[in-house]
Design a protein around this ligand. Sequence first.
Ligand SMILES: NC(=O)C1=CN([C@@H]2O[C@H](COP(=O)(O)OP(=O)(O)OC[C@H]3O[C@@H](n4cnc5c(N)ncnc54)[C@H](O)[C@@H]3O)[C@@H](O)[C@H]2O)C=CC1
Ligand SMILES: O=C(O)[C@H]1O[C@H](OP(=O)(O)OP(=O)(O)OC[C@H]2O[C@@H](n3ccc(=O)[nH]c3=O)[C@H](O)[C@@H]2O)[C@H](O)[C@@H](O)[C@@H]1O
Length: 432
Amino acid sequence: MKIAVVGTGYVGLVTGTCFAETGNHVTCVDIDEKKVNKLQQGIITIYEPGLEVLFERNIRQKRLEFTTSLKEGIKGADVIFLALPTPPGEDGSADLKYILKVADDLGSILEQYAVIVDKSTVPVGTAEKVTQAISKNAKVEFDVVSNPEFLREGVAVDDFMKPDRVVIGTESVKAKKIMETLYAPLVRQGNPVIFMDEKSAELTKYAANSFLATKITFMNEIANLCERLGANVDMVRKGIGTDTRIGKRFLFAGIGYGGSCFPKDVQALAKSSKDVNYDFKILESVMAVNTRQKTRLIDHLKGYFKNELEGKTIAMWGLAFKPYTDDIREAPALYNINALLELGAKVRVYDPEAMENVKEVIGDKVTYCEDEYETLEGTDALMIMTEWPVFRTPEFKIIKEKLSSPLILDGRNLYEPEQMKEEGFTYFSIGR
Ligand SMILES: NC(=O)C1=CN([C@@H]2O[C@H](COP(=O)(O)OP(=O)(O)OC[C@H]3O[C@@H](n4cnc5c(N)ncnc54)[C@H](O)[C@@H]3O)[C@@H](O)[C@H]2O)C=CC1
Ligand SMILES: O=C(O)[C@H]1O[C@H](OP(=O)(O)OP(=O)(O)OC[C@H]2O[C@@H](n3ccc(=O)[nH]c3=O)[C@H](O)[C@@H]2O)[C@H](O)[C@@H](O)[C@@H]1O
């Protein structure tokens, strides 16, 4: 099949590369000339384990191409994916300006029937709006389909190539057939393609992300309660996760969820609910608890140093919002860096992949270090923000030698509290 992917960011690049890998001819379109230039030279623009080898192979085999021209990119395409940004607008709702701009343009340049697919996370009613925008100038038939994406950064290739399920919202028989054929190689494992109406598909995406954010938040609350009651959240997690109705995944307490999606999608669903006069109480609590959770380590640090953080230097391990990505959007680390700087502390940071991205946002307000041990030079405490494997089994002796006070604040529960006590640390983790 001939596929066009409009928007070659995270989702666009994974979508384009994976569909090329399953034998389609894919042209990815982006307005960012620099990005397209790099991609045309075979330079990958995101860090995603396992993607580069597929990307290089499909470019070599001329199944994957890049352009800045929408007209050229969609020429002859059977399916056109819109993988465009939907950032939060001022009121928290998803901003549809990128999607609707492309939809407007598509109307006049479509030369033959195509299935236009909303791959971006978009509120209920967007497929209808996209249809109207294209219809204004369209001279040919087309269908608009909702096909939300459920991939996670860091394991995006696996999530895309072996999806738990594929959700497709359409009532068009023609579009359904085309989408079925396109996804057939990806659902051979027997996982379902679930067809439904467009609105239900759009809401499914927000429901999934909001449910997962709620699950994490619930565990963060249980963790906070554990600290007050003397229980251990790891034990409680194991105790409840073995109930198959609850499941083991997404039960890890920490310093709050981050990333480019959970925060914005929970906020957008809350706003959509308000717009139809529905007070979605759980979502309001989830957002409030998550904001509070991000301050947990700082609160403890302030307590330890009796609010005297002026002139203290803090080492920070991990900047990305989670491991195996260089993505720092809504990363708890950024929140904590800013809070430390405001309190007059200095910060020394290390992350295996995300430092360049942090430099772009924070500049030289913090010191960037070559590795985890260099961050510890002349510092008063260590904060752990991301559970990269390299931080899991460090040389505690070296850490202790380098810190002026043996204080570790661990937002990801990497170490055993008992062992830390034996090693002579004051160790604060979440819910233990
Ligand atoms: N990042 C993720 O892990 C996931 C994201 N999503 C959703 O997918 C959508 C896209 O997200 P990301 O890929 O992270 O965004 P992104 O910000 O990484 O990429 C968007 C791309 O669209 C391009 N663009 C903007 N206007 C354009 C136009 N008129 N024509 C062509 N290209 C244009 C930008 O230059 C950028 O390269 C969002 O709705 C997001 O919520 C869904 C699942 C996973
Ligand atoms: O819509 C999206 O963009 C994507 O959002 C999330 O994927 P992602 O943001 O890549 O990352 P997750 O692995 O879900 O983690 C999100 C945040 O939750 C935190 N988290 C996750 C799991 C957990 O048990 N505890 C926890 O605190 C992570 O540290 C991270 O900050 C969803 O998991 C994907 O299904 C979805 O497609």
